[in-house]
Write a protein that binds this ligand. Structure first.
Ligand SMILES: [Zn+2]
Length: 306
């Protein structure tokens, strides 16, 4: 083995620059978390930063046991210099590949705001709205309400511009939603606490995961909290799989599909690395999310690919 084989390479998702780091050298990354076996692979998540002019780009990437890049969990930008005083009320909007959802049937706007880290994620947000300004206005009112009430109403009703909002807040985060009707109010109310209280030591919010949650709620308003937390926290959803046993794929798919019919459609493209689980959940499989998670658990439990 040459020294170069220890180096993992990927493209910065913010600026496109080729980035290298050594998974065995802790000084080349910011943080690392190892995961349980997933589809026969041993995957690890790393967070890596590099500077570009007056910005710092963070990439969170998934790497397999051989040091190969398997996918991006997220990427974002932070200003390097202290924000100038005149900007101290600004919230920065997360850079994410792919468009935000502009509107769903039942939700006209949904943004998640960090009060301490001053970011905002536009989960569902029409193009003509400024998420950073919404964040400033909403947090001002949340702070006002926290001063006024001993125990803050959950959700708190507020009006910003001409929008009626429902707002859930914790010490660190604020979730703000405008509904087009009442049909999702109850289910979002039941998941909102999980979203604003999420504390897994990571400051990284994940717009794609939150998007998936809002998509699923459109088709099934009874999203189980345990699946909700898996959607928020499982980095594996972003990994591109590539099984070494290419010739075994058809028989694996056939056998698995006899128990889990969804395998017939999903497992082949997944094992060949044509689609990731997050892409499946973002697309046609969002309404079949329970079957998707049953399939994941079955493959891992039975060590079909181990
Ligand atoms: Zn970059």
């Amino acid at each position: 083995m040459t020294l170069a084989s220890n180096i993992t390479e990927f493209k910065c998702r913010v600026c496109g620059k080729q980035i290298q780091f050594d998974p065995k050298d802790p000084s080349s990354y910011l943080s690392k978390s190892e995961h349980e076996d997933f589809f026969g692979m041993k995957l690890t998540t790393f967070r890596i930063a590099h500077d570009s002019k007056d910005e710092r780009h963070y990439n969170t990437v998934i790497v397999d046991q051989a040091g190969f890049f398997r996918g991006h969990r997220d990427a974002y930008t932070e200003p390097i210099n202290e924000l100038k005083p005149s900007f101290d009320r600004e919230y920065w909007v997360f850079h994410e590949e792919g468009p935000t959802i502009e509107k769903t049937h039942n939700v006209a706007l949904a943004v998640l705001i960090s009060r301490s880290d001053r970011w905002v994620i536009d989960i569902v947000c029409p193009r003509n709205l400024n998420a950073s300004h919404i964040a400033t206005l909403v947090v001002d009112r949340v702070e006002e309400a926290w001063r006024v009430y001993d125990s803050i109403p959950r959700p708190l009703d507020m009006r910003v511009a001409d929008m009626e909002m429902k707002v859930w807040s914790s010490e660190s985060r604020v979730l703000c939603v405008c509904f087009t009707n009442g049909s999702l109010m109850k289910s979002i109310d039941s998941v909102a606490e999980h979203i604003v209280n999420e504390r897994d030591g990571s400051i990284i919010p994940r717009r794609r995961n939150l998007n998936v949650i809002f998509r699923i709620l459109e088709s099934d308003s009874n999203l189980d909290p345990s699946i909700l937390s898996r959607i928020i926290n499982e980095d594996m959803l972003f990994a591109t799989l590539h099984t070494p046993y290419e010739d075994r794929i058809p028989s694996i798919v056939e056998r698995t599909a006899s128990r889990y019919p969804i395998a017939g459609e999903l497992l082949g493209p997944l094992l060949r690395g044509y689609i990731t689980l997050i892409e499946a959940l973002e697309g046609d499989f969002s309404s079949r999310y329970k079957e998707v998670f049953e399939l994941i658990d079955f493959v891992n439990r039975r060590r079909i690919l181990g």
